[in-house]
Design a protein around this ligand. Structure first.
Ligand code: SF4
Length: 346
């Protein structure tokens, strides 16, 4: 094994510098985790299509020396991704075939519009339902984006504008502030919702400038973070969530139910506890969208229902996320009823 690469960078590094210094090769990841490359089953074909990307702030929460770590599982391109399952597709929820409007604009549900503002993320999650999304075809300039926002805000039926991606918090504070000021100026009744994994992956992304951008639309601003495992929530992530709350945002969490990561009620209960202590409520637990390359992560739906039933018996209702799945053409996400027939101890 080569020289160990330190997990923590310079404490003074900006979030942009941390992203620039992210781990991008399996050898560097193995070295940082005190593993040998042979410990990490790896698919170079999957990596070519959807490259490994792990910032050190996230890698620091992976247990060194443990090739089965649940955070590692989420970021490592393994040979399982090469398995072709015809039930899994490149457009699993019909975003390309069914909902595409103007470039980068998706209108799935009434009263809501979603903007795909970037194709970049701070981490590449192997189960991502947009891992094959044609981002390049949907890229627009900042000027065009603001013009699109103006057009969407002109619709009196619009109640919520959603920023998604990729990760929308990869936009600069200035760009985000321009969007929130536009909403506040033209339609202060419209809620701004931001779906992001960045406060979990690089907590330093929650800068003063971002807090100011959120404050412009507060209290009608919702940040939906994305965390799947309690190990992802440490002091720095909790602090980042707290600062977004202090800026007036409601902070919710969504997770994806993933085999080998969080497919047991005890793990999910601990995740809810840590999120709540940080100031975020568990909102959705997604049944995996059937995206090509991610079949090995799927939890069979009957098992998902039992896991949720057991979680519901372990925690109060506000700490139990709704189990949902997305179906192309449906008027909303579809809720999957928990199976309460299994006792907590069984
Ligand atoms: S951060 Fe979100 S959009 Fe980006 S790869 Fe992960 S799940 Fe997909």
């Amino acid at each position: 094994m080569g020289e160990l690469i330190p997990l923590h960078g310079d404490a003074q590094e900006s979030w942009q510098e941390q992203l620039k210094g992210a781990i991008r090769t399996p050898e560097a990841l193995a070295s940082a985790l005190h593993l040998s490359p042979e410990d990490l089953p790896y698919s170079s074909a999957a990596d070519r299509e959807f490259p490994l990307l792990v910032p050190r702030a996230f890698a620091a929460r992976i247990t060194p020396g443990d090739p089965q770590d649940p955070l590692l599982h989420q970021v490592l391109a393994t040979p399982a991704e090469d398995h072709v399952d015809p039930a899994f597709s490149k457009d699993p929820v019909g975003e390309v075939a069914q909902y595409a409007g103007a470039p980068g604009v998706l209108q799935k549900y009434r009263g809501r519009a979603l903007l795909v503002v970037t194709g970049q993320c701070a981490v590449n999650c192997r189960y991502c339902f947009r891992r094959h999304y044609p981002y390049a075809e949907n890229a627009v300039s900042s000027t065009q984006r603001l013009a699109d926002i103006d057009a969407l805000l002109a619709d009196p039926k619009l109640g919520e504008l959603i920023l998604s991606g990729g990760d929308p918090l990869l936009l600069s504070d200035k760009q985000l502030r321009a969007i929130s000021e536009r909403i506040q100026h033209l339609r202060p009744d419209v809620t701004l919702r931001i779906h992001t994994r960045l406060p979990i992956v690089i907590p330093d992304r929650v800068t003063r400038g971002l807090e100011d951008a959120l404050r412009v639309c507060a209290p009608q601003v919702v940040v939906v973070v994305h965390s799947n495992h309690p190990q992802e929530i440490d002091g720095a992530t909790a602090d980042a969530i707290g600062r977004m709350r202090d800026a007036g945002a409601t902070v919710l969490n969504q997770s994806v139910l993933l085999t080998g990561v969080n497919d047991d009620p005890t793990t999910l209960a601990l995740l809810s506890d840590r999120l709540f202590a940080a100031g975020a409520l568990p909102y959705y637990l997604h049944q995996l969208d059937r995206v090509a390359g991610a079949a090995h992560f799927e939890v069979p739906v009957e098992r998902s229902r039992r896991i949720l039933g057991r979680l519901a018996a372990m925690r109060p209702g506000y700490l139990v996320p709704r189990l949902v799945r997305e179906e192309t053409g449906a008027a909303s996400k579809l809720e999957i009823a928990p199976d309460y027939s299994v006792s907590p101890g069984s």
